[in-house]
Design a protein around this ligand. Structure first.
Ligand SMILES: [Zn+2]
Length: 308
């Protein structure tokens, strides 16, 4: 597996030496080490952003499931498989988040290294249609995102040892940014009383965020958007909304808003807007993970306030 990476790096270095010579003859000083970027891929946009945060200019990143797209129900295209095959390291979330991964691996005969960024981290479990299931949405907790960044740093360093210091420095800076974000989020949420800390969204994507910041998230759909909410679950949820008096109700950028709109209508509550769950946004509101997190915290803090 690494033989392939090392060979590619050797070839890349040989090519770079060649291009430096050409550059020296033609346009002196233009070529540099960044001409030879490590080709890597990520399964979905949020993970892609974390990989870019660490890899910076040393990587050439391909992301399969783009902004505002649902990674649970994605279907790999032949073009995606072609792009993936050309990369040396493939970062995935794991924990069943990418339900299509077995099919993709079979179709692509991928020979690079597959890095599961949640490997070794303890996942939370939750009830989904009566069964105990693993929640794959670890990336919604910035403290766990830090651990993912460490894994990304290590995998990039292994594939591209010359970039060790570069990756280490970028990972460190990003982890500090995540620490600042956690402190900021605690301040935003501090004034909200325990009884108001309930939020309704489409699918069960915010369990880790809820555990980190003491917020209870309700959702008609389970940990994957693949299964539809049953009429019984929806009726039960409407009763819960009425009895708990939940005020914070949100759509998600990756799911159809109709179910939430119907529930809000039946429970006589207002929809507060949109949360970014399993993907970044195409607009500027959540085009990076740091922005996504800030948007979500700001939105839920405003919706849960006592004086609404
Ligand atoms: Zn999800």
């Amino acid at each position: 597996m690494f033989g392939g990476v090392n060979r590619a790096l050797r070839e890349a270095k040989a090519w770079m030496t060649g291009s430096l010579l050409v550059a020296a003859l033609v346009i002196p000083g233009v070529a540099n080490a960044q001409d030879v970027r490590l080709p890597v891929s990520a399964s979905f946009s949020i993970l892609g952003d974390l990989v870019r945060a660490v890899g910076g200019d040393r990587i050439d990143l391909t992301t399969l499931v783009g902004p505002d797209q649902d990674a649970h129900v994605y279907e790999p295209t032949p073009a995606d498989i072609g792009k993936l095959t050309a990369t040396k390291v493939f970062f995935i979330n794991g924990l069943g988040f990418e339900g299509w991964m077995p099919r993709l691996r079979k179709a692509s005969h991928y020979t690079g290294r597959v890095v599961e960024v949640t490997e070794g981290l303890k996942p939370r479990t939750t009830r989904d249609q009566g069964k105990l299931v693993t929640d794959p949405h670890m990336f919604q907790d910035p403290a766990l995102a830090k651990a993912m960044v460490t894994r990304i740093r290590d995998a990039l360093t292994e594939a591209d040892p010359a970039g060790k210091t570069y990756y280490a420095e970028r990972a460190k800076n990003y982890e500090l940014a995540l620490d600042d974000l956690i402190t900021w989020a605690r301040k935003q949420l501090a004034p909200i009383s325990p009884t108001r800390r309930v939020v309704l969204t489409s699918h069960d994507a915010f369990g880790y965020l809820g555990e980190r910041f003491d917020i209870r998230f309700l959702a008609p759909e389970g940990v994957s958007t693949e299964s539809e909410a049953s009429a019984r679950d929806v009726a039960k949820l409407i009763r819960v909304i009425r009895t708990t008096g939940v005020k914070a109700v949100f759509m998600e950028n990756i799911t159809n808003p109709r179910l939430i709109e119907r529930i809000a209508h039946d429970a006589k509550v207002q929809v507060d807007g949109k949360l970014y769950s399993d993907a970044l946004s195409q607009n500027q509101e959540a085009s990076t993970y740091l922005q996504l997190f800030q948007h979500n915290i700001r939105a839920i803090a405003a919706a849960m306030k006592d004086d609404r």
